[in-house]
Design a protein around this ligand. Structure first.
Ligand SMILES: [Zn+2]
Length: 278
């Protein structure tokens, strides 16, 4: 399932293809959206935002297309009317003079007036998006200490899109490792230093994953492992998907557990000391 960094990269592709260009043709697969085709034709795309796993395409006529990819949605950017060969169902197509931006399989698509966007059920509840907004480590630290977050387990909190938007399963394990947080911990169990490390790790790992296409491991280490001929699956993460392999920091065996019904990977030594690892 794509996480925030993957959605932001898809949004960059959509923005690159559509921004500041006039929509010459538009198609909605869902009958209840058909009336918007005429309304949006001839308008100009002003920007493409993300809110975690949701995407917002803004137009200069006061309307915004909201889409959420859920598990299956996928964007394709193609030359005009050059549809990919796929068994997926086309749900939304935006065409300008040169490009077609095509959304397949997604079922969660809406057209909103700009002023309705902040009140949208998903947008109104979702936390800050590190990749679309300026969020500082201090602001995140304050957020962790809010009553509604402070006493909840990290393993649940990090997947809650209301805390920080766009963190999914691999980022959860990686952030907890970087900050040395044991799977059973809550923010209230952590030292101030560890909370700060967690804030920094959230920002740093999301940005690095966005820039590198999903790599959360140390980039110098990645370089060395690549030079040794290691495959992507061996160097991509610190702990995620590495059950039984050696921890890159201490050499202990990485363990796997289940938290909030999802796989969670951790180093029992690095994450058992109550100190930040990185
Ligand atoms: Zn370790």
């Amino acid at each position: 399932m794509p996480e925030g960094p993957e959605i932001r990269r898809a949004a960059d592709g959509v923005e690159h293809a559509l921004k500041n260009k006039t929509v010459q043709d538009i198609y909605f697969a869902f009958p209840h959206l058909e009336d918007y085709e005429e309304l949006l034709k001839g308008s100009v795309v002003t920007r493409v935002d993300t809110k975690g796993k949701a995407m917002l395409i803004h137009f200069d006529n006061g309307y915004t297309i909201y889409s959420h990819n859920q598990l299956y949605g996928k964007w394709y950017i193609r030359n005009l009317y050059n549809y990919p060969k796929t068994n997926r169902q086309l749900r939304l197509a935006l065409h300008n003079e040169k490009k077609s931006a095509l959304l397949y399989s997604a079922s969660d698509i809406e057209v909103l007036r700009d002023e309705e966007v902040p009140e949208h059920p998903f947008v109104s509840k979702v936390g800050p998006d590190i990749l679309s907004e300026e969020v500082t480590a201090d602001e995140l630290l304050q957020r962790m200490k809010e009553k509604r977050f402070y006493n909840r387990k990290w393993s649940i909190l990090l997947l809650d899109q209301g805390f920080v938007a766009g963190i999914g399963n691999y980022l959860r394990s990686e952030i907890m490792f970087a900050a040395g947080i044991h799977p059973s911990f809550r923010p209230i169990d952590c030292t101030e230093d560890q909370l700060m490390k967690a804030s920094e790790a959230i920002i740093h790992l999301m940005k690095q994953s966005y820039k590198t296409g999903g790599i959360t491991n140390d980039l110098e280490l990645v370089k060395k492992l690549k030079a040794k001929g290691e495959k992507r699956s061996k160097y991509r993460h610190w702990v995620f998907n590495r059950e039984g392999a050696s921890c890159f920091v201490c050499g202990s065996e990485i363990e796997k557990t289940v938290a909030a019904s999802r796989r969670l990977y951790f180093c029992p030594v690095c994450q058992g000391q109550g100190d930040a690892v990185l």
